[in-house]
Design a protein around this ligand. Structure first.
Ligand SMILES: *Cc1c(COP(=O)(O)O)cnc(C)c1O
Length: 355
């Protein structure tokens, strides 16, 4: 079986080149005689892999000196709790923007630890800056720059007097980002960064070290900062693979090159959808995601036929999230433009015969 174009939202496709390098190095990394999977996380080989990955990530995102980078486990979902536990710092409330499935989950978890002030709510859109009703006593403002399920993306970075927190799980590394605008950024790696099992946290130093009483040791950022993400066993193989992805990004022009390609991929897919009466995307153009493109067919009874034909053409995991229905094409960094072209060709052909 040859490689398919995998449109999965996550775990998602990885660059083929990265997988081939991992395959070459699988049983013997760099003459060490062992797999990265088998190495002690405290040995000099793995320490070098870990340090290189961090240096490359810092370079790609131009992360300022006063930010720490953590390579953790637990997924973005653990960060839904870690953020309030660490960032409330004596305050009792936090501001949240709720405009989709993931921000809703972040709100639900935060509500266990503080008063959640919903500064804006939206459905299938990103609230505008002028709509945000920020409170004066909030410890931080949390939002989800890209709602993976709905395919809704913020076209701007919210302004806020308090530290800004972003759940970048499905958009980190898709384009350059001004880290200095944020207090904290987190992302589960399995969408646009690497394999599942790794969670990235980028946190400004002054926000570390004042957790709520009874914060579990493993959810206290200070634990991981003072141990360079090696307080306990880190997700070593996922960390290594993410490092290979960072090198792949650097070889391919870094994040500004990614931004250009990603924008072009998304623009042509949305143009194909908008140019037809058969396919439909429910998001206003301003807030459409570059990464996750949901679309419906005019007749939902044709969904399974569409999926079958796409699969026969080597295009898989296009079924939409159960809460939205229809299709969803996730077109992260690792999805080549040729994959998007192939999808558009299948859509056009299907519409001609069945639309
Ligand atoms: C996938 C996703 C999550 C959940 O990530 P896990 O790593 O599975 O916990 C949270 N937020 C967003 C925006 C996501 O896309």
């Amino acid at each position: 079986m040859s490689r398919v174009y995998n449109f999965s939202a996550g775990p998602a496709a990885l660059p083929e080149e990265v997988l081939q390098q991992a395959q070459r190095e699988l049983t013997d990394w760099n003459g060490s005689g062992m797999s990265v999977m088998e190495m002690s996380h405290r040995g000099k080989e793995f320490m070098a892999i870990a340090a290189q990955a961090e240096a490359d990530l810092r370079e790609l995102l131009a992360i300022p000196e006063n930010y720490k980078v953590l390579f953790l486990q637990g997924g973005a979902s653990s960060q839904f709790a870690a953020v309030p536990l660490n960032l409330l710092r004596g305050k009792e409330s936090a501001d949240y923007i709720k405009n989709g499935s993931w921000s809703k989950k972040a709100v639900q978890e935060a509500a266990r630890y503080c008063n959640v002030n919903l500064v804006a709510e939206g459905s299938m859109c990103a609230p505008e800056q002028s709509e945000l009703q920020c409170s004066r006593d909030a410890a931080y403002l949390h939002y989800t720059p890209n709602e993976t399920i709905e395919g809704v993306e913020f076209p701007y970075i919210p302004e806020s007097d308090v530290p800004l927190v972003g759940d970048f799980s499905s958009t980190l590394l898709s384009r350059p980002l001004d880290i200095s605008r944020y207090g904290l950024i987190y992302a589960g790696a399995q969408k646009n960064v690497g394999p599942a099992g790794l969670t990235l946290v980028i946190i400004r130093e002054d926000l570390i070290g004042q957790p709520l009483a009874h914060t579990p040791t493993m959810l206290d950022y200070a634990t991981h900062v003072s141990n360079e993400s090696m307080y306990n066993t880190p997700p070593t193989y996922a960390w290594y693979l993410a490092g290979l992805v960072f090198q792949w990004l650097k070889r391919n022009g870094g994040l500004s090159a990614m931004a250009e390609i990603n924008q072009r991929k998304a623009a042509k897919l949305y143009a194909a959808i908008d140019g037809s009466d058969f396919y439909h995307n429910p998001v206003i153009p301003r807030d459409r995601s570059w990464m996750n493109v949901p679309f419906t067919l005019a007749d939902a009874n044709l969904d399974s036929d569409f999926l079958a034909e796409a699969k026969a053409a080597g295009l898989v995991t296009l079924k939409g999230h159960r809460s939205v229905g229809g299709m969803r094409a996730s077109i992260y960094n690792a999805m080549p433009e040729a994959g998007v072209d192939a999808l558009i060709a299948v859509m056009t052909d299907f519409e001609k015969r069945r639309g």
